[in-house]
Design a protein around this ligand. Structure first.
Ligand SMILES: [Zn+2]
Length: 319
């Protein structure tokens, strides 16, 4: 039977989203179920298998019509071995995820960290379409990234390339969750923006942010747009660090486009204007004039579209 479809699985700490798509990326059906992470790794594996069975049933497709399964998961992981090494929100510890799924369905299955999968999604179907060299960066509670080099995902030696969020920007900066100090993530993620604003408020700074019971990065962006000085100062600093991180990656990778996704990028011009200014100041002219920093196009769908794109890209490369 001709294999005309792929399945993408976006594995997250709270939910698993699964899609069945045509080889052009057109999604025919999608389902989302709770991950039930608290029941352990075998239980999560069973949930993934259930989600795949369910989508085959709903669409009436047979196993031998499916060319590949792509799974995007938090890492670190080893995509060559199909093993999830460890994740903060799902109880995996050196867990072989790919083999049991291949054994169950007899469909080639590929595992990739979620930022890389989203990068492949933006490259094939989003803001990186028609490029050959692209970097994707997601800025929300944390910072993740993935790179496409000459049309292929760049994994590196241990499949953990582009851990941009944990590159050092400020040697004596605050301590990051990873144990290092002054990582990009601890300076300019959504979590960092909220933390810095709250520190200033606690120290008695005057600001319209005082009117909120809880201040997250969302409130900081809202008040900055209304002209609140503290919010503007906090963003100025945090987004300067983000700009430096992006200028560094442009200097290293020389991409055609940097695609910026995640919650923070949704704040729009205030983010892109600041980042572009820093890139303009810090990158060689030839690099900055040939690279655009643009918003991601896939939004909330980036996870599931990324997993679908991973399955398509891998199955094409296997030929
Ligand atoms: Zn770190």
């Amino acid at each position: 039977m001709e294999k005309q479809y792929v399945i993408g699985v976006d594995l997250g700490g709270t939910k698993i989203s699964t899609a069945l798509a045509e080889l052009n990326g057109n999604i025919l059906s999608e389902n989302t179920i709770p991950t039930n992470a608290k029941y352990g790794e075998e239980a999560v594996l069973s949930r993934i298998i259930y989600a795949i069975e369910r989508i085959l049933e709903v669409t009436g497709k047979k196993v031998d019509e499916i060319k590949a399964i792509g799974i995007g998961s938090p890492g670190p992981l080893d995509s060559k071995k199909g093993v999830i090494i460890e994740t903060p929100n799902i109880p995996f510890k050196n867990f072989q995820l790919v083999r049991p799924i291949e054994d169950r369905f007899e469909i080639p299955t590929y595992l990739e960290n979620d930022a890389n999968a989203a990068a492949i999604g933006e490259f094939m179907f989003g803001a990186g379409k028609n490029t050959r060299n692209m970097v994707y960066i997601t800025v929300s509670t944390g910072i993740g990234a993935g790179a496409i080099v000459e049309g292929r995902i760049y994994r590196g030696n241990t499949c953990n390339a582009l851990e941009l969020g944990h590159s050092t920007i400020l040697p004596d900066g605050p301590r990051c969750n990873c144990g290092n100090y002054g990582c990009l993530e601890v300076l300019s993620s959504g979590t960092a923006i909220a933390r810095v604003a709250n520190e200033h408020l606690k120290a008695g700074a005057d600001s319209s942010l005082k009117n909120y019971e809880v201040v997250t990065s969302y409130e900081v962006f809202q008040e900055a747009k209304k002209g609140d000085k503290l919010s503007l100062d906090v963003l100025n600093k945090c987004l300067q660090y983000l700009g430096i991180g992006i200028a560094n990656i442009i200097t290293i990778m020389d991409p055609e486009v940097v695609v910026l996704g995640g919650g923070v990028s949704l704040a729009g011009d205030i983010v892109f204007d600041r980042v572009n200014k820093v890139v303009g100041e810090r990158c060689f002219k030839v690099l900055r004039e040939n690279c655009r920093v643009v918003p991601a196009a896939l939004g909330k769908q980036s996870g599931v579209v990324g997993s679908v794109a991973l399955a398509i890209m891998e199955s094409l490369e296997d030929k």
